[in-house]
Write a protein that binds this ligand. Structure first.
Ligand code: ZN
Length: 239
């Protein structure tokens, strides 16, 4: 794409819009809704909110690393991340709302503290991927937009900014294609075609938002193949 400054501006914009969207969805939940299941198997809405809070703080760690050069991982390990989500999910709804607000402010402060050159520093994600710090607002964008849909009831993939949908389809389909367990499938949307896995397999068509929801394991709604919806393959887990 373009220069680092443009990339950063674009990603930061998506992050801020997504944060507002998540906030609106959170505000729409009544206290009694928090314990109900989210769209993610095994997780209540409280689990999702606790995870989004923990992710903000983990990304603050990455910005601290980029700014100071002192290695600061997102999480100590997967067990610590999981334990924080479990304990966070037991908090009262009012407390979870406050935690979200607090973590959002911490993330804003960390952004404000970043000198321009620090955005080019290399950090390592929880998946072990080496990225430059401009990846942080991209990671946060994914979290707030997608998890807004997971806590429901009104957020949907159709609301995502179209360039963000395209970037996320690009990233997730590239990621799947690099994996041995990716089935052969062609995706077709908006006049574009992408092959996932080895050549062959069915062609899945639909609007970009529906293709994205399927790539991220959220839904198969709105998709079609020549052999009907049952021919839509099961993809491996995203992230
Ligand atoms: Zn997440």
């Amino acid at each position: 794409m373009s220069s680092r400054a443009e990339l950063l501006a674009q990603r930061t914009d998506w992050m801020r819009q997504g944060t507002q969207r998540f906030q609106r969805e959170l505000d729409a939940l009544k206290d009694a809704d928090f314990g109900a299941p989210s769209a993610l198997e095994g997780w209540s809405r409280s689990h999702v909110v606790a995870h989004v809070v923990g992710n903000a703080r983990a990304l603050v760690n990455l910005m601290t690393w980029a700014r100071t050069g002192v290695e600061t991982r997102m999480y100590a390990d997967a067990a610590q991340r999981a334990a924080e989500i479990e304990s966070g999910a037991t908090l009262a709804p009012e407390r979870l709302r406050l935690e979200f607000e607090q973590s959002r402010l911490e993330l804003d402060d960390a952004f404000a503290a970043m000198p321009g050159e620090a955005w080019g520093a290399e950090v390592i994600t929880a998946q072990g991927r080496k990225v430059e710090a401009t990846f942080v607002p991209w990671m946060r964008s994914r979290e707030v937009w997608v998890h807004a849909v997971d806590i429901g009831p009104t957020a949907s993939f159709e609301e995502f900014p179209s360039a963000f949908v395209e970037a996320l389809i690009d990233e997730s389909s590239t990621m799947f294609s690099g994996r041995d367990d990716c089935p052969s499938v062609t995706i077709e949307y908006d006049g574009r075609r992408r092959q996932l896995g080895a050549a062959g397999g069915p062609t899945v068509t639909g609007p970009p938002s529906a293709v994205l929801a399927w790539l991220l394991g959220r839904s198969r709604d709105g998709l079609a193949t020549a052999d009907g919806p049952t021919a839509i393959p099961q993809l491996p887990r995203w992230l």
